[in-house]
Design a protein around this ligand. Structure first.
Ligand code: BGC
Length: 892
């Protein structure tokens, strides 16, 4: 997101104007609403090739005054940027709409046409009715909206395909619509088009295949043009291409060039490719110039028409997989003659760029692992059956540079064999590859271990985004395991802009849902079972729900309401006396096991609650009622079956069982103290302040402790450094999170890059940073800033670039004083809960240089800060509108 950068730019500009034109610009800059920024269409900035016929817009508001909000907006959409410049929307002029909505605003103009570009801008009116200037122009381009518009044929027959065509005139506009399964690389006139790699994203190809749209206007030229496409197997296990290039010429003519058996085909230098096993590339088989016009392909075979994947074609509307960074190795060793091992210093997903010079036919083999043995050799035991090997065969001559196209690895170490001569640190670079989602969150604490864990979460999350959220990136798995996906979804939504990504993933889930309502353990479904373990399948309702909460995405609830209902109704057929007990994994990878039947029963309850919530949000009152009632019955049944009043425990009294009960409010009246006491005793006395949960339980544990007023204990767990803990991983040199709490290096299930324990990331923002949604509010319209100021934690600085703009909360704590700096975006408001220390009887709070609370009373202010009745434990609560606030509490 560019809000911050834009703000900087705006400030610089204002600063400049202030110097140049002091009087006029201060008046303008200081009071009036500024143009909206960060314009998004379907969550994307200037998307190319969307196929949503009523796309949704959002913008971020800027205003120099506090307590500001939008009272009306006007959106203009035009087919021509020149018309838009004259403030005309030939496609849609919303007029002045009296509305506070600055997100999820649906397009409501003339029907949008396939392949058309649209330009749009927006202005808003603030609380006083002052209009902002119009925003800068944004754009969106439509893809091909119906199957009939695709005129090409699916072709294959080899992994390199080419064609040439002539253009009699200069090109005014050109679009390439393309998909190639498993993976493709599109090249025009000698150059790769676009930055995407490993495209398209993996889907259930029988249901849906994603295509991308590229603006190729400047790639094409008058005269001869060449198009070359390389194909990889990816997850499709075969190769098929569909492409259409639509060109408008200077003389007004339109031409289409499409894939057909008239194309030429020949296997290229990639002699094998596989996601798990790696890529082999024989540079001697290269045919230089094959992707340029004038190449002699007389000896190439004709391309073959191949069977189309069964699924429908959909626009890929999320950040693609890209090479996002390039890292230099930190060490190189030579543990055996001819064997070189690089340490990249960071476990990551991607591949290596190899730079090598040597004789023709020399073969360099690279193998990628997360671990090494004490003797310095790579340890590939936890990679299981994936070969993770890239082979490059030299063409000979000068310096050669190679990177693979159709595979990726999860690794920190690279073993190189067969290198001609002696490799150096410069012979390889780590190319970091994953879905290129923008970073939106920042969390920094005075306690170092928390920052180290945050870094692990960041890396593990990103390296497990490959068009779908994956469990791991290295072994023969890399699947869309739904359990892993939902426990980390909130963390991911805070750290990254995940809206478009999860919109796609939820559709993937919807695609695999069976007519009976079942979903599968993995999506797309390749591993695990259908029906899913209930603690995995719950990803369907929960991710929809988080999309609603974090982004205010009503449409995802609307589009999936029937699916969610079917899912719940399916679970209902499997439940007996309101208890859903079937389970495969339960609280997976736990130190102390919790009965799977309890975990399933609890998620069934949660799913029904979410469905009731969705019904309520959509105004389906009868369903909301019916499912709330069902939830009540399930809760009663769970209490009857799993709660032991004598001991105060749910199920077998593990941390997971009691924490799930507390976090889901499964406990009835009067039980809370007993259950909570058991939970904290178990942590502190039975386990010396350690967790015993698996990856399902841990999310509930941190939230439950915070709910029962024991954020201090959750903090102790978060900062623990002995086994089992996150800190233990850090202390053992982890650079990404492990699959198991324990450190294992042998064969079997012990990936060193699983993000699921990273669910604690959302607790960092919510509990320690204090950034929360107000009860029942969505999309950060109403915010609650309530940091848990605990133990020796002296400061935290957290911020999230939400869909409405940046929310930030930074605090420091020293004996007798707490400062809190808070930013609330325009069009949002917040309740700020300032804790005071227990011993403090006399407290004064200043905001800026004004006293706002003194001698037990709120002091009326005039700058957007108002007091509220203290609700609990003497906390001091302020309500504020948008703006930046600086509170300082002193007390004794
Ligand atoms: C995956 C997990 C997944 C689990 C299901 C494992 O192999 O790596 O993260 O959730 O299977 O039990």
């Amino acid at each position: 997101m560019h809000t911050l950068r834009n703000k900087w730019r705006a400030n610089l500009l204002v600063g400049f104007l202030v110097c140049a034109l002091p009087v006029a610009s201060i008046a303008l800059g200081a009071e009036g609403p500024e143009p909206p920024e960060n314009l998004r269409c379907e969550y994307l900035s200037n998307p190319m090739g969307i196929d949503v016929v009523r796309p949704r817009f959002s913008w971020v508001l800027e205003h120099p005054a506090r307590g500001e909000s939008q009272t009306a907006y006007q959106v203009l959409v035009s087919t021509r940027s020149e018309t838009l410049k004259q403030d005309q929307g030939d496609q849609w002029d919303s007029g002045k709409v009296a509305s506070g909505d600055s997100t999820q605003v649906e397009y409501n103009g003339k029907p949008l046409a396939s392949g058309q570009s649209y330009y749009w801008k927006v202005k808003y009116w603030d609380k006083e009715g002052n209009a902002s200037p119009f925003s800068e122009t944004a754009r969106f381009d439509m893809g091909l909206l119906s199957r009939d518009e695709w005129k090409g044929q699916w072709i294959g027959g080899a992994n390199q395909l080419r064609t040439e065509f002539q253009l009699p005139e200069a090109v005014v506009r050109a679009r390439a619509y393309i998909t190639g399964v498993g993976y493709y690389e599109l090249r025009i006139n000698g150059e790769k088009v676009g930055r995407s790699v490993l495209d398209p994203a993996w889907t259930t190809y029988d249901k849906r295949v994603l295509y991308s749209t590229y603006d190729v206007t400047r790639r094409l030229q008058r005269g001869a043009n060449a198009v070359g496409v390389m194909l990889g197997q990816g997850w499709y296990s075969s190769r098929a291409l569909l492409v259409q290039i639509d060109v408008e010429l200077a003389d007004g003519k339109s031409l289409s060039f499409v894939s057909s058996p008239k194309w030429k085909a020949k296997n290229g230098p990639i002699t094998s490719d596989s996601v798990y096993n790696g890529e082999s590339y024989d540079a001697r088989l290269e045919t230089p110039g094959w992707d340029r016009p004038g190449f002699d392909d007389a000896l190439w075979a004709a391309a073959q028409a191949v069977e189309a994947p069964k699924g429908i074609l959909s626009a890929q509307m999320m950040p693609s997989i890209q090479v996002v960074d390039t890292l230099t190795p930190v060490a190189l060793s030579n543990p055996q003659p001819g064997v070189y091992v690089y340490d990249m210093g960071q476990n990551a997903s991607g591949w290596v760029r190899l730079q090598v010079k040597g004789p023709r036919g020399a073969a360099v083999t690279m193998t990628f692992t997360e671990l090494i043995y004490d003797n310095g050799m790579i340890n590939r035991e936890n990679i299981r059956n994936a070969k993770v090997r890239d082979v490059y065969i030299l063409r000979g001559g000068g310096m050669e540079i190679y990177e693979p196209r159709f595979t990726y690895h999860g690794f920190r170490y690279v073993e190189v064999r067969g290198f001609p001569g002696t490799p150096s640190l410069d012979s390889v670079r780590l190319r970091v590859v994953h879905s290129a989602v923008p970073t939106t969150g920042s969390f920094v604490a005075s306690k170092q271990i928390l920052n180290q864990i945050q870094k692990l979460i960041h890396w593990s999350q990103l390296t497990n985004l490959f068009g779908i959220p994956t469990d791991c990136d290295q072994r023969d798995e890399r699947q869309g395991w739904m359990g892993d996906a939902h426990v980390t979804a909130e963390e991911a939504m805070m750290n990254f802009d995940m809206a478009a990504f999860y919109t796609n993933f939820v559709r993937d889930i919807h695609d695999i849902q069976s007519p009976e309502g079942m979903v599968s353990d993995t999506v797309p479904h390749r591993y695990g079972s259908a029906p899913s373990d209930p603690a995995w399948g719950t990803a369907y309702p929960l991710i929809c729900w988080y999309m609603w909460q974090q982004y205010g995405d009503r449409r995802i609830l609307e589009e999936n309401y029937d699916g969610l209902k079917k899912y719940v109704e399916y679970l209902r057929t499997r439940a007996s006396e309101n208890i859903l007990s079937y389970s495969y994994y339960g609280d997976w990878v736990a130190v102390e096991k919790t009965p799977g039947g309890f975990v399933s029963a609890a998620y069934y309850y949660d799913d029904v609650r979410v469905l009731a919530g969705a019904a309520k949000a959509l105004g389906k009152a009868a369903d909301a009622d019916a499912y709330s009632q069902l939830a009540g019955q399930i809760k009663e049944s769970i209490n009857r079956k799993f709660y032991d009043a004598a001991t105060g425990n749910f199920a077998n009294g593990t941390q997971t069982a009691n924490a799930m009960a507390l976090n889901m409010d499964l406990d009835g009246k009067g039980q809370r103290g007993h259950v909570a006491g058991n939970l904290t005793n178990d942590i502190v006395y039975r386990h010396d302040t350690h967790v015993t949960t698996g990856f399902i339980g841990i999310k509930h544990l941190m939230e439950a402790l915070t709910k029962i007023g024991r954020a201090d204990l959750a903090y102790d767990l978060a900062t623990q450094t002995t086994y089992p803990s996150w800190g233990y991983m850090v202390s053992r040199g982890a650079t990404t999170l492990w699959e198991l709490w324990q450190e294992k290096t042998g064969p079997s299930m012990n990936s060193h890059d699983h993000v699921m324990f990273g669910s604690v990331g959302s607790w960092f923002y919510r509990a320690l940073g204090g950034i929360n949604l107000e009860q029942d509010s969505v999309g950060y319209a109403h915010i609650r800033i309530e940091p848990q100021i605990v133990r020796d934690l002296a400061s935290v600085s957290a911020s999230i670039e939400t869909i409405r703009g940046t929310v930030s909360s930074s605090w420091t704590h020293a004996p007798g004083s707490i400062t809190m700096n808070v930013s609330i975006p325009v069009n949002s408001d917040a309740r700020i809960v300032m804790p005071r220390e227990d011993y403090m009887t006399e407290v004064t709070v200043r905001e800026g240089d004004r006293v706002v609370f003194d001698k037990g009373q709120y002091v009326a202010g005039d700058a957007g800060v108002s007091g509220a009745t203290a609700e609990k434990n003497g906390d001091i609560i302020f309500t504020v509108g948008s703006g930046n606030y600086s509170f300082q509490l002193t007390g004794q």
